[in-house]
Design a protein around this ligand. Structure first.
Ligand code: PLP
Length: 375
């Protein structure tokens, strides 16, 4: 423990919880390295948005052209946005909850389920907040087996302990870009004890082909203890706004309401998301652009004989002979920010978000000389 922490013994139990390490912001790289041309491919944002319609709606709220104004509190439970989401998902608004990013809903469910202890099953190599939220809520993490190329439902089911209250699944999973086939998802949904809350995090679901993707929301009616999460940070291109949503049974939502802080989502985020959630054309456009970027990336990586994993989401894992931290640093010096994955148990992998063609060209311009002898 560092000395700053040891001088506050009341918090010692927090010292072993890992810190979340975000993607490096562009401004920080500018400040630290004095670079002017920087490309960020580190946090799985959508480079193609938000749309003009979203910006116009936000501007109207900022200028006070609409009745709301910035001096008033937002609608605490985001009623209008929840109506829109419910309409789109074909459920009632009392089965929708909003969060300050879906990360906040991950924290809410951990707080709600682990109030007096218990454990959560977290698959290896998955989004860091699953483990962090569990531990900060006072719960114990049980890590289930998974690899960079395989999610293992049977091991998730085997890992459940008598005191398990929560099971997390990234679907598609970040950072491995894997998702389950329908039969495997069904085995998980139906194979867990009824008292366990299954959290299916679908932050990247909109990047999947809707005709093929097994949406966990299809099981909401059969499993009251299912929480399906989505975010406006990814395909909807509103990461700066911090807004996400959860879908579940009315009963589960009523419990989550007890741990939701009032006014947790702000007015600008709510109105932006109201427009974004209805814009299916922008989603289809972004999905197509992402598909094109992935196809081009896979072709280029083959020249360098790089090992890739994942076929889902707006990102890809690249394995190289370089330690991830070194490759990250070398790319950073050349103005390209990616995400090193050593903190996710993948010491030789970096994760690259699919950007615009010119951003991907900047990546390969920086990476090619480094990977020249073969990945
Ligand atoms: C799998 C997964 N879930 C949730 C989130 C959090 O998104 P939000 O911005 O909504 O908090 C991320 C962000 O990277 C993610 O990768």
């Amino acid at each position: 423990m560092n000395s700053a922490l040891s001088s506050l013994p009341a918090f010692e139990h927090l010292a072993s919880i890992p810190l979340y390490v975000p993607g490096k912001p562009i401004q920080e790289v500018q400040r630290e390295l004095g670079l002017t041309s920087i490309v960020k491919l580190a946090s799985n944002e959508n480079p193609w948005g938000p749309t003009d319609a979203v910006k116009t709606r936000v501007a109207a709220a900022v200028t006070g052209a609409e009745f709301e104004g910035l001096g008033l509190y937002p609608v605490s439970d985001g009623w209008y946005l929840r109506q829109r989401i419910a309409q789109r998902k074909g459920i009632t608004p009392d089965r929708v909850i909003l969060g300050n990013g879906s990360s906040e809903i991950l924290e809410m469910i951990a707080k709600a389920a682990l109030l007096d202890g218990g454990s959560a099953v977290v698959p290896r190599h998955s989004f860091a907040i699953y483990g962090i939220a569990t531990q900060t809520a006072g719960g114990r993490v049980i890590e289930s087996r998974a690899s960079a190329t395989e999610l293992d439902v049977d091991d998730i089911l085997r890992s459940v302990a008598a005191d398990t209250r929560l099971v997390y699944l990234g679907h598609p999973n970040n950072p491995t870009g894997l998702r389950l086939e329908r039969a495997a998802l069904e085995r998980l949904v139906r194979g867990l004890r009824e008292d366990i809350v299954l959290v299916v995090d679908q932050a990247y679901a909109e990047y999947e082909d809707p005709a093929e993707y097994p949406d966990a929301a299809g099981y909401l009616d059969e499993r009251p203890n299912l929480l399906v999460l989505h975010t406006f940070s990814k395909i909807h291109a509103l990461a700066a706004m911090r807004i996400g949503y959860g879908l579940g049974s009315k009963e589960l939502m009523q419990y989550l309401e007890r741990v939701r802080s009032p006014f947790n989502t702000n007015h600008l985020a709510q109105v932006a998301a109201e427009v974004a959630v209805q814009d299916l054309a922008f989603e289809a456009f972004s999905r197509q652009k992402n598909h094109e970027a992935r196809t081009a990336f896979v072709a280029e990586a083959a020249h360098h004989r790089c090992q890739l994993s994942g076929t889902s989401g707006n990102f890809i894992l690249l394995e190289s002979a370089f330690p991830a931290a070194e490759l990250f640093k070398e790319l950073l010096q050349r103005g390209v920010i990616v995400r090193p994955m050593q903190g996710y148990g993948l010491p030789n992998h970096i994760r690259i978000t699919f950007g615009k063609p010119e951003e991907m060209a900047a990546f390969w311009k920086a990476a090619s000389p480094l990977l020249d002898g073969g990945c």
